[in-house]
Design a protein around this ligand. Structure first.
Ligand code: GLN
Length: 487
């Protein structure tokens, strides 16, 4: 039964719970048992919370026994990227500066899932403070791709994507600032949703770049993704960027694509994509046409400037957000009493890894008097142009289709010495963060034995439509992707 329980959908797990085919404790147990062998290979989890999980599972089983109704996600396990504040487990952002730090409160999304009696299995790996595209900047060491353990799982939510792909959690909450949900989801063969900026509260999630950070979901199907979004979306008094808009029904069945206009941004379908990847995308286009969609070419002319603008805006915000890790308030402290300046520099020198330091320096420079206009302000103007490109494209198309990444997963260590090469891994995902629009990545096939994904993008706050279209495509593709993990 254990193997079976670790690859079921949320709906199937719930059905079995309600029918008393299995208990919430058995579901949790199956995941912890599988972790003991599989996660030795992958390093997806940075902390496992067995005690808290069994406590919640037993509460759910108690409710089942006495006939109390269960919330939609009750008894279903969840893994949190280690930037979600959790009262019941340390929250470290995979950084030495926060090693062992346990926050005094839960993030809003965590609190919402707790209120559902969702079973937290533990915290999963990420690049340090979510800065990276391969999970290699983690202070806990890299996570490996379950499809090939010599390859990266993508990042920064590599722990989330690897855990979900490997049957170590049915879904994971993660963050996406420039692609950190969609890129690892694509490279591990699972579904990744980055909703509209502000659709899900960021309260209690460690910030990277506040105007770009988005909370989202990695799961094994579009339906599972929608079921989780339904619970965690919505306004939060603690995050003023969450508008008081209604939360529509995200879980309605896959919609017909008849008459839907699907835009193909010509800047994204370049000759740089491999032949096999292109063949999968062609197949997807054909399926979409078979489903009745109309394919139209669109242009996003400022795409080429997106990565450059992002790497000025994101580090600028990072340099400000990282200032709170001062060796006094959270986590790592100076061992002896030092002057203020020596405390700051001493703790930060040993607590932060090199990618975080690089970005603090880049951002501080871009914001400094004399350079602000030339760099930061100019980048903000480019950001506006990119948002306008999308607004224009959405006059001709309901949704856009693009590859999620330029390639399948690359080798561990391949790009660690070349930050620019690493930054380019997000070339197709960054523009959606700059424009604040939602995007979803879903698997479309294998290239050299490794998964690749397609991305669908739609206007702000149209997640219902986006999920319905993605669901229709997923159904047509009917892929059964499961990595064969050699133990
Ligand atoms: N890889 C990108 C970066 O390093 C995006 C990271 C993210 O989305 N958190 O900035």
């Amino acid at each position: 039964m254990q193997n079976e329980l670790t690859y079921l959908s949320i709906a199937a797990l719930r059905k079995g719970l309600l029918a008393k085919t299995w208990s919430a404790r058995e579901i949790a147990d199956a995941h912890f048992t599988r972790m003991k062998t599989v996660d030795k290979k992958l390093n997806a989890y940075v902390c496992v919370t067995e005690e808290a999980a069994y406590e919640t599972a037993d509460r759910v089983d108690g409710k089942l026994a006495n006939g109390t109704s269960l919330a939609p996600l009750a008894g279903i396990p969840v893994a949190y990227k280690d930037v979600f504040c959790t009262q019941d487990a340390p929250t470290t952002a995979a950084s030495n500066i926060l090693r062992g730090y346990t926050p005094p409160y839960d993030a809003t999304s965590v609190a919402k899932l707790k209120a559902q009696d969702a079973v937290m299995l533990g915290k999963v790996n990420t690049d340090e403070f979510t800065m990276g595209s391969s999970t290699e900047t983690s202070a806990f060491g890299p996570t490996k791709n379950p499809w090939d353990t010599t390859k990266v799982p993508g990042g920064s939510s590599g722990g989330s994507a690897a855990a979900v792909a490997a049957g170590l959690a049915p879904y994971s909450l993660a963050t996406d600032t420039g692609g950190s949900i969609r890129q690892p989801a694509a490279l591990c063969g699972v579904v990744g949703l980055k909703p509209t900026y502000g659709r899900i509260s960021r309260y209690g999630v460690l910030s990277m770049a506040s105007s770009l950070d988005t909370i989202g979901i990695i799961a094994r199907s579009v339906a599972d993704t929608a079921a989780v979004l339904q619970i965690i979306a919505g306004h939060d008094d603690y995050d003023t960027t969450t508008p008081p808009r209604e939360v529509p029904d995200y879980t309605s069945a896959a919609e017909t694509l008849r008459g839907v206009r699907i835009g193909l941004p010509k800047e994204y379908f370049t000759h740089a994509l491999s032949k096999d990847f292109t063949a999968h995308l062609e197949q997807v286009k054909k399926y979409l046409a078979d489903l009745g969609a109309e394919l139209v070419e669109v242009s996003l002319p400022h795409t080429a400037y997106a990565v450059a603008a992002y790497y000025l805006i994101a580090p600028s915000e990072i340099s400000s957000n990282m200032a709170r890790y001062d060796g006094m308030r959270f986590g790592l402290k100076a061992e002896k009493i030092l002057s203020l300046l020596d405390t700051y520099s001493g703790v930060r020198a040993v607590g932060f890894g090199s990618e975080v330091k690089r970005r603090i320096m880049l951002g501080t420079y871009a914001l400094s008097a004399g350079y602000y206009d030339a760099y930061y302000k100019k980048a903000q103007k480019v950001r506006t142009k990119i948002a306008e490109d999308f607004a224009h494209a959405f006059q001709h198309a309901d949704v856009l289709l693009t590859p999620t990444t330029p390639t399948e997963a690359f080798a561990l260590g391949e790009k660690t010495g070349d930050p620019l090469a690493m930054y380019l891994a997000d070339i197709f995902t960054i523009p959606a963060n700059l424009a604040g629009i939602p995007g979803i990545s879903l698997p479309i096939g294998l290239v050299n034995g490794l998964p690749v994904g397609a991305q669908l993008l739609s206007p702000q706050f149209t997640e219902s439509k986006l999920l319905a279209f993605a669901g229709a495509l997923e159904q047509k593709l009917a892929l059964k992707l499961r990595p064969d993990i050699r133990l």
